[in-house]
Design a protein around this ligand. Sequence first.
Ligand code: AHR
Length: 325
Amino acid sequence: MSFKALMLATAMFGATSGALFATGARAGDLTIGFSQIGSESGWRAAETTVSKAEAKKRDITFKIADAQQKQENQIKAIRSFIAQGVDAIFLAPVVSTGWDTVLKEAQEAKIPVVLLDRDIDPAGKSLYLTAVTSDSVHEGKVAGEWLVKTVGGKPCSVVELQGTVGASVAANRKKGFEDGIAGASNVKIVRSQTGDFTRAKGKEVMESFIKAEGGGKNICAVYAHNDDMMVGAIQAMKEAGLKPGTQVLTVSIDAVPDIFKAMAAGEANATVELTPNMAGPAFDAIVAFKDKGTMPPKWIQTESKLYTQADNPKAIYDQKKDLGY
Ligand code: AHR
């Protein structure tokens, strides 16, 4: 471990020696606890499946606690992992605030924490080792820019289905989309509400948007912070006699198999991919940290790629459908 890395580790965990981290432990010796949010979306289910498979590949003992969307359950799970003396804790934080106390407890117990797929407030930066996430502002921006390009100069009223209130990804995807359309005065968000990242709520909120917008004839596009809400919104549009994908444009985030199915059927237009494999890079970072004391970068960024109907959605659906979504 370099001197700088040692100083960083010392500041982070209040440790006095790098030897505390460089245990020479191999992947097979490690037990890691994962406080997972729940199973609100196809993407989340895939992340759980992929995480288990990545742990198995490395022979890591992996314990998953499902918080059923509640931060209090995540805090309890982290305390239980600390009591069990795990070697590291992975946390997918349902919301971005309220973690200081429990993450300080993990730090005092010298257990490194890795954030997966969502961030916590910047003030908590010293309380975790690294975060494996996408750039969720960029995801929203890509979605917004795609829409601006697709509508050309035509006026376009957009309805937005937001993710879970208080989640970093919901705030960031909103901001990114707003940035993406900022230069186009013809594209305007006319309604925006949370659909909590679920299909059922996405459908329910879309139904209320359609009612409020004269049966939907004023809606030019739907932007959803995840594909599951979009799948629900597509259903609502079809039931209201609208034609998603042609009459109403759609753009969302995740790239789950069902959105490719909808794209192949001409009922959805675009999605921005979020890899469900956040755990693989997190395991590698922890193994190197535990074995040799190697400090990972503070942010391990995953890729975000735009897919449209031009990308052979049927073939992508066939590739993805058995991957645990
Ligand atoms: O944090 C990632 C987001 O959480 C996914 O985009 C969404 O589907 C999930 O619920």
